[in-house]
Write a protein that binds this ligand. Structure first.
Ligand SMILES: [Zn+2]
Length: 303
């Protein structure tokens, strides 16, 4: 009780000191997020006024991102760096070392049990590497948000209460989103829960929601399919009664359209896997991205 009273007695003094140093009191740390999906999560928790620099922005593949000198400058001025980890952004670790940034770093996948990258994914991480795309499971995205909120509270303690309130509201929306994805998938007969796509980013989604994602090497962005790979995939598409194939991120439209034509199925549209769309696109936020992807998959799975 005595402590409570003395803290209350100090309040007017604290308020007065804030008034005399408005710039110091109001300055919020610059947060640097490695790629667009993490940038959106930071924005949802940190609010519209948080100074935020997103390195690999909307439409930019975070695997292949090449930082420019202005990005090194942003890291030098940062109060918090937010990264995915699990090998997604090796360029960020090089940037942090090169700039001798010594401030806090939040790794959003810390504490997550990583999946192994699918060996047939045609991804550049290598067969023994962990699969970094954990955000595709909305429950794991919730643990990203908790890590980001903890980092923001530590870096911006004056705003800790507002951060916690925004975190709770966002976690609630992600709970609703996770339930919505489960409801959608439950409408599809179990044997038809199959999606063919061009890149190996949906392993966590597949595991969380019971959808099989066929991402054969033949239609990965990095490789041209061999005739044998295409023939095997077409047999599988027919056997599984698949009605559409999807493009992911920067995957080749031409390769996918040829596959669709050869297999007699339609191109189902573009799934957003590793980056958001620009603000006027269909996947401007993480939540919009999940709804867009599942919305495209549903008619294809239902046939
Ligand atoms: Zn990826």
């Amino acid at each position: 009780m005595a402590q409570f009273l003395s803290r209350r007695a100090l309040l007017p003094l604290v308020a007065a000191s804030l008034l005399t140093r408005p710039a110091r009191a109001q300055a919020r740390p610059l947060v640097v997020a490695s790629f667009s999906i993490l940038g959106d999560m930071v924005r949802q928790v940190g609010g519209p006024d948080l100074p935020l620099r997103v390195l690999a922005g909307p439409g930019t593949d975070p695997h292949l991102f090449q930082p420019r000198p202005s990005e090194a400058e942003a890291i030098r001025g940062a109060g918090l760096v937010v990264r995915n980890g699990l090998g997604l952004e090796p360029w960020l670790d090089r940037l942090v070392r090169a700039t001798r940034y010594a401030g806090p770093v939040v790794t959003t996948t810390e504490g997550i049990t990583p999946r192994r990258a699918a060996p047939a994914a045609g991804h550049s991480h290598g067969p023994e590497a962990p699969d970094p795309h954990a955000w595709q499971d909305v429950r794991l995205a919730r643990s990203y948000v908790r890590a980001i909120a903890a980092g923001l509270r530590a870096a911006d303690p004056a705003r800790a209460e507002a951060t916690s309130a925004a975190e709770a509201a966002y976690l609630g929306r992600l709970d609703v989103l996770d339930a919505w994805v489960r409801e959608q998938v439950a409408r599809v007969p179990a044997e038809r829960r199959v999606v063919v796509t061009s890149h190996g980013s949906f392993g966590y989604f597949a595991a969380a929601y019971g959808v099989r994602m066929l991402a054969p090497q033949g239609i990965s962005p990095e490789a041209q399919p061999s005739a044998g790979q295409v023939a095997a995939l077409i047999r599988q598409i027919r056997a599984e009664r698949i009605t559409a194939v999807f493009l992911e991120g920067q995957g080749s439209q031409a390769v996918l359209e040829r596959l669709a034509a050869d297999a007699g199925v339609r191109p189902g549209g573009r799934l957003y896997a590793d980056s958001l769309s620009p603000p006027d696109g269909p996947a401007a936020t993480y939540e919009a991205m999940v709804r867009h992807n599942v919305g495209l998959m549903m008619p294809a799975m239902l046939g």
